[in-house]
Design a protein. Structure first.
Length: 461
């Protein structure tokens, strides 16, 4: 690990005393002093955090708590719960937070919770975890923490996300007690990410009210443990469902001119909509409508009076995603009108693309430079998968980063949503370091003089 010992941003009140763990009974932990002032304008990762102050405190915290966190994750892994059924998981998180003197608030549906740390009168930064598992069989055979619930497994790493936000929260609570937290951190443990919809429950319960910025990590088995994958702009994709219904008078196939040729019209809709859409939106948005089911008619010589087409809309771009329903409705009506049939569209929203805000990504980068090797930050591509963290970023700026969970040199092709998915547990400590440092970076940078204007690039719904 490299711990660049930069100076302090002028005008800041950086931590000048070690945290409670770093100062008292952890032998071998260097005492921390206020870092020397950096030259004016020499902003950078370490400067906001007071140079070497943070890393030894995190070292000390993890020396004490890493085993507990690994055990916590193993417990969750062995007892996975599906979306909106995460009662045991919710209870365990709440109990641990209460034991640390915090006051978690359970969401109205009984699963998921959020918890504030630090004073409410400044900037608030949210760290979000998802707590639900998948309806998959755990296929790992030789691990003691294999799922004990048939057909349910933590195959998307949400047990790790939960553990890392908990760990970061416990560390930040110590910082707050020592007067070293320059704002408020809200821990969000949301239910039902896979369902999806848990993010909307959090928001309906006021979970991001007063939050200035939100951060999340997602396990990535393509990246090695110790690495952090960052990307500015969209990092996950949208996937919506569309249901088209077409109706007409029906009649004999000998006289299509006296009725409305509904099957022909439906075929036109099925072929024209994807074509027209591809010429109406920026190709870089990769918006694609693909049908999965069509149905109409029952015999060869009768024109039916109704028919349906069902499909999905996938999209990599937030702007195109917002425009898609209205555009599709207009195109559908114009094609239907040409053949004198009635058409209706039911457009069911999935999740929006998660669009990472540039400043928030930079905060991840600055934090990573403090607490992991600088080579540890790697670029990551946009995924075609969906992630309901995107809902928060429709309202507030923030970023989702990919956390490496793969053991270097390990054989096999692990992937998310597979029964054999597992993590290199060393990633838990890395995640705690990154989340804690990112929250502190965001709080310190928010307190910088002249940084009070609205945040550029905030995605607004
Ligand atoms: Zn998943
Ligand atoms: Zn996931």
């Amino acid at each position: 690990m490299t711990h660049p010992g930069h100076g302090v941003m002028p005008g800041l009140e950086p931590p000048t005393a070690p945290g409670p763990e770093g100062s008292q009974d952890d032998a071998g932990v260097p005492a921390v002093s206020g870092a020397a002032a950096a030259p004016s304008g020499a902003g950078g990762a370490a400067s906001v955090l007071g140079g070497a102050a943070l890393q030894p405190q995190l070292d000390a915290f993890l020396t004490r708590h890493e085993d507990e966190l690994v055990a916590f994750r193993r417990d969750l892994h062995a007892h996975p719960e599906l979306g909106y059924a995460e009662h045991r998981t919710t209870r365990l998180i709440a109990e641990r937070l209460r034991a640390a003197g915090l006051e978690p608030r359970i969401l109205p549906r009984g699963t998921g919770l959020f918890c504030d740390i630090g004073p409410a009168d400044g900037t608030t930064v949210a760290l979000r975890a998802d707590i639900d598992a998948l309806p998959l069989q755990d296929e790992k055979e030789h691990v003691p923490y294999r799922s004990t619930v048939p057909g349910v497994a933590h195959a998307c790493g949400h047990d790790a996300h939960t553990t890392m936000v908990l760990g970061a929260g416990l560390f930040l609570a110590q910082q707050a007690e020592a007067g070293l937290l320059p704002g408020r951190v809200r821990l969000l443990f949301q239910p039902a990410e896979e369902t999806p919809g848990g993010a909307l429950d959090v928001m309906a319960a006021g979970g991001i009210a007063g939050v200035d910025r939100a951060f999340a990590l997602h396990c990535d088995p393509r990246i090695e443990v110790g690495q952090l994958g960052l990307r500015t702009g969209p990092i996950t994709a949208a996937c919506d469902k569309v249901y088209v219904k077409v109706t007409g008078p029906g009649g004999h196939t000998a006289r299509p001119h006296l009725t409305a040729d509904l099957v022909y019209a439906l075929a036109k809709i099925v072929t024209e909509l994807p074509s027209a859409l591809s010429r109406r939106v920026d190709p870089r948005s990769s918006l694609s409508l693909v049908w999965g089911r069509i149905s109409a008619g029952s015999v060869a010589n009768a024109i039916p009076d109704d028919g349906i087409a069902e499909g999905t809309v996938r999209c990599l771009d937030d702007d195109a995603w917002h425009r898609a329903p209205e555009m599709m409705k207009a195109l559908l009506q114009s094609v239907a009108a040409a053949y004198d049939v009635e058409a209706s569209l039911e457009y069911v929203r999935g999740v929006p693309p998660t669009v990472n805000e540039a400043t928030s990504v930079q905060m991840f980068r600055d934090a990573a430079a403090q607490v992991i090797d600088e080579e540890g930050v790697v670029p990551t591509p946009q995924s075609l998968g969906g992630e309901d963290f995107g809902w928060y970023l429709e309202s507030i700026p923030g970023a989702l980063a990919r956390l490496g969970v793969r053991t270097p040199g390990s054989p096999g092709e692990y992937d998310l949503h597979r029964g054999d998915f597992d993590i290199d547990e060393r990633c838990l400590a890395v995640g705690v370091r990154v989340l804690a440092a990112t929250a502190l970076t965001a709080l310190w940078e928010a307190g910088r003089p002249g940084d009070a204007e609205p945040i550029e690039g905030a995605a607004l719904a």
